[in-house]
Design a protein around this ligand. Structure first.
Ligand code: ADP
Ligand code: MG
Length: 254
């Protein structure tokens, strides 16, 4: 199988408390994989290990079958692992394009930069706008790239975050931690649609949500955690909402 990511026997301990204990996670290239579990099950902790924010207490991570060490968020970015944050990661006074390209500006040398260094280079606004428009088009967000993000609806902000991740070269895995919690229903629908487009380009998506209707609508596979431990990994086509709910809470539901 076309396995892109494998987290193997991952544990994360805070003091005496195991937020993750011996967890396995396997995600294919181009798969929308949902990570499920009740509040406190350990989902965000596992993703923070993946994006290099936490070091695992035990366990290994493999990308395309090769073991990797992710000892910082910068290293995760280098490996092509991105995370969509909430709207407050954007800079309100910057335009859509400026937010998408922040930290990855395209610039060209000039006399000043030859004398004083790269920070004096001229910004290539045209190239930056072209990249930004391409990323916005991929996710189907209809917005002018030159408007400032201050005051835009939350759903737009989130799409700009996604565009920024997509614009990074070599993105292979994109993590969404409860992205629809802050969205209206129609914004959430558009986000699910964007996830399908992104995954069809071969990018793996790890999608954390509490809404099982979203799981059934968009996910290919799922991993369920309970009390910090691995419970099950299944293909969505081989399961149903009742079984998922039972696996999440650990007992029969009526
Ligand atoms: P989920 O995202 O599934 O709701 P989390 O991964 O956020 O769960 O948390 C799992 C458990 O680990 C919770 O009991 C939480 O209180 C605990 N936890 C998370 N982060 C820390 C931390 N930095 N220090 C101590 N305990 C933590
Ligand atoms: Mg969480």
């Amino acid at each position: 199988m076309d396995e892109l990511l494998r987290m193997e026997h991952v544990s994360k301990r805070f003091g005496d408390f195991y937020a993750n204990r011996d967890i396995n996670l396997s995600v294919r290239k181009g798969e929308v994989h949902t990570l499920l579990g009740e509040n406190g099950a350990g989902k965000s902790t596992l993703m923070n290990v993946l994006i290099g924010l936490y070091q695992p207490t035990e366990g290994k991570i493999f990308l395309n079958g090769k073991e990797v060490r992710i000892d910082s968020p910068a290293q995760a970015v280098k490996l092509g692992i991105g995370m969509v944050h909430q709207e407050f990661m954007l800079i309100p006074g910057f335009t859509v394009t400026e937010n998408i390209k922040v930290g990855r500006e395209i610039s060209t040398p000039n006399l000043a930069s030859r004398l004083f260094g790269k920070s004096m280079e001229t910004l290539d606004t045209k190239a930056m706008r072209k990249d930004a428009k391409k990323a916005l088009k991929t996710i189907g967000l209809q917005i002018e790239d030159y408007v400032k993000v201050a005051g835009l609806p939350v759903g737009y902000m989130q799409f700009i975050e996604i565009a920024r991740e997509l614009d990074k070269t070599g993105i292979r895995i994109l993590v969404f931690d409860e992205p629809t919690a802050v969205l209206t229903e129609s914004e959430a629908d558009r986000l699910l649609e964007a996830m399908r487009v992104i995954s069809s380009q071969g990018i793996a998506i790890i999608f954390i949500t509490h809404r099982l209707d979203e799981v059934m609508a968009v996910a290919d596979g799922m991993t369920i955690l309970r009390d910090g431990e691995f419970v099950a990994r299944k293909e969505i086509k081989d399961t149903n909402v009742v079984e998922i709910a039972e696996l999440m809470i650990g007992r029969k539901v009526e």
